[in-house]
Design a protein around this ligand. Sequence first.
Ligand code: FAD
Length: 397
Amino acid sequence: MDLSYGPEYEAFRSEVRRFLEAHPDAPKAGIGRGALASRERALAWQRTLIEHGYAARTIPREYGGAGRAPDLLQSIIIDEEFARAGVSRGIAGQGPSMLVPTLLEHGSEEQKRRYVGPTIRGEMVWCQGYSEPGSGSDLASLQTRATDDGDSWRINGQKIWTSTARESDMMFALIRTEPNAPKHEGISYLVFPMSTPGIDVRPLHTLTGNAEFNEVFFSDVRVPKTSLVGKRGEGWKIGNTTLRHERNMLGSTGQTESMFASLVALMESETVSGARAIDSPVLRDRLGRLEASVLAMKYHALRLLTCQLRGESPGVAGLIVKLQGCELNHQIAALALDVLGELGPLHRDSPHLRAGGAWPYQWMFSLGLIIGGGTAQIQKNIIAERGLGLPREPKAA
Ligand SMILES: Cc1cc2nc3c(=O)[nH]c(=O)nc-3n(C[C@H](O)[C@H](O)[C@H](O)COP(=O)(O)OP(=O)(O)OC[C@H]3O[C@@H](n4cnc5c(N)ncnc54)[C@H](O)[C@@H]3O)c2cc1C
């Protein structure tokens, strides 16, 4: 198996390394205080990355991107070199990672010009209004509705588990506009400001102690007709484009590798009964098992890359990444907590905190991501039914 990328790409790798060396103060990636960059610093770093083609790389210049030609291997090399240097890959999140590619595929010219630039620069923050009470895994059953009101839509209903709704400027949402159509055909995809009158956001506190997500209520919320992305009633298809990008974001091999590297660093610096944690046979055995899983994930990603380079669809194999990545991130954080022993559960306001309390936070938060973006059970069902051809799950009567 030849895993080298060839001289032309190795020259590109040197270029990326020179850029990283020229920016020694860049915000750090991964776990720890260094990763918790201020918003101003994060925005400034994002601008630098776009300017040099290391963020929003293939997004056309007219929409504020770097306008480079798509080249998968170059993108992989950038990921690898940033991970190796432990440097932040810039602003991600639901706007740049999920909404932008959806708009580029399905949005109008006006929507692309208005939203893509500020979103990739991190100036416009988005939240995803999909889930409702009773409509999570069975998303197509959603009931929040928008009625045609001349030049606007009038929205009523409720969303739930809406991450970052309080910090967001905008929402992209799936809303039922055709009440008499079959459930998958009656949904539209709308984008609108969170400041629109009639939107009420109520925080929900999670295991981490923070209010990472919210309930969002809509009472006669009027948004202009231009809020519609794509055609009326075609929101299910467009919403699935967003979900595909969400799974890619949640199952990032680079992120898992960088977390694993932080775990190794932790085990080299922490001691258990006077000896380095990494030298403890029990902890080292667990680390070795995790390393095998991280490598399996990496080689699986390379397999998917080969498919993409050949123009073949990876099919259901692509779905494994989210399942694998989210569960692995949780296991990596679990080992870090065990390494920290009695300091493990401390995650705020203690002089004994390690990495700013990032490990226990990561352990709690990554448990949620096994559910968010499609639960592990649903992913397994899809892999079993569509990938392995096993019999379909009987539908409830
Ligand atoms: C951290 C986090 C962030 C989130 N952020 C957002 C967000 O920003 N926007 C948004 O719209 N939503 C968000 N969600 C919601 C998320 O998409 C839903 O929680 C998820 O789709 C599951 O839906 P549910 O909670 O209604 O659970 P349910 O669908 O009620 O499922 C409950 C349990 O039953 C299992 N189950 C259900 N059906 C089946 C089946 N057919 N076979 C086997 N098992 C099944 C599920 O796997 C799960 O374990 C977030 C969730 C989390 C945890």
